[in-house]
Design a protein around this ligand. Sequence first.
Ligand code: FES
Length: 58
Amino acid sequence: MDKCHCAQIAFETIVETAKSEGIDYREIMERVNAGNTCTACKSYLIEYCESKLELQTT
Ligand code: FES
């Protein structure tokens, strides 16, 4: 899985937006409502963003 199908947004887009705006990817998730509808993508999305942004995956 590489996008949130409910919100129609690629994980990559969330990471790029977070980077370019210098804010937490979770704020972008909230803004675009990613991971909040069926929630199937949520764990993949978090894992993807944390590895791309080199955060700890706890
Ligand atoms: S696929 Fe992301 S909330 Fe449904």
